[in-house]
Design a binder for this molecule. Sequence first.
Ligand SMILES: Cc1cc2nc3c(=O)[nH]c(=O)nc-3n(C[C@H](O)[C@H](O)[C@H](O)COP(=O)(O)O)c2cc1C
Length: 337
Amino acid sequence: MNFWQKLPHGFTVLAPMEGVTDVVFRDVVARAGAPDVFFTEFTNVSSFASEKGRHDALERLDLKIAPNLSKTDPNISKITDRATNSTPVVAQIWGKNPKHFGDLASALEELGFAGLDINMGCPDRHVNKAGGGAAMIKTPDLALECIKCARKNTKLPVSVKTRLGFTKIEEYKTWLPLLLNQHLAALTVHLRTRKEMSKAPAHYELIPEIIKLRDEISPETILIINGDIDDLKSAKELSEKYPGVDGFMIGRGVFKNPYCFTTHEPTREELQNLFLYHLDIFDIRAKELASRDSRYPYEPIKHFIKIYFTSFDGASELRQKLMECKSTSELRKILEQ
Ligand SMILES: Cc1cc2nc3c(=O)[nH]c(=O)nc-3n(C[C@H](O)[C@H](O)[C@H](O)COP(=O)(O)O)c2cc1C
């Protein structure tokens, strides 16, 4: 039995999001209220295969925050110990070179991941030009070869996250059976085509048809639905409406509410405290990467500010001040004021 099969019916998953769901943010979400499964940001298999890119690839695949610093620094261990995050983490990978899929697959088990997911849905122009993400929908033979090579090299359950099709919705009628015929451990369907990006509403009307395909072709494959599901409440409603779906993946909902995997409605103070926690973990991660001759850049933390400071009088002015800060100490100072 793999870990997917042990999850409760109607389980929740934090979607893989590049530049967002790294080890730091996963920890922040776990503190607010963890989903049943986390996905990492995606890692390029060919980057891992090259001497130059391997360091960066492995950094993305860190599962724990500063394990070495925590051992020697009690101040750090006090903070990292709070994050007793035992939720399974699935490593998402992408690329187009089957051998490289095999090489990375064989490393992931040892790194401590619960599963391996192949990205066949990313609409990014550069990723698609490199033959990865949603471009795989147009090269099904290669897609199947990559799945085969990944599987051959790991005992981890292998899953795929994909879209309905590249250009037309109807493509799902041939694309999804092709994937289901691989008897994957799990299949996540983002209910849009590549062409629709994230703009058109997710095609919930197709859920019954997708359940039918799964039941007919590969009943053992865990089916996860993704697209426009904002929180636990919406996931529960969908689960009642479509009991044939096993799990629900939430992406951008976490930007609206980091407590989206719970029914808790956070107060302004709780959100601010969560941001302060984010800053603590951020600083520890920066220190850790510096000790490894690497860097955890400051600027991307600005993307997160809107999550924590919203919907109250003066939120916009406060955000503006926070956006002007150049370090986590400056951010803290503004909040103290
Ligand atoms: C900032 C951002 C980064 C993303 N990066 C990835 C990624 O690395 N891998 C992936 O499969 N999907 C990625 N996605 C797509 C999401 O996983 C998800 O499929 C999409 O946002 C739709 O779900 P939602 O409506 O719940 O947001 C990304 C989405 C966003 C907004």
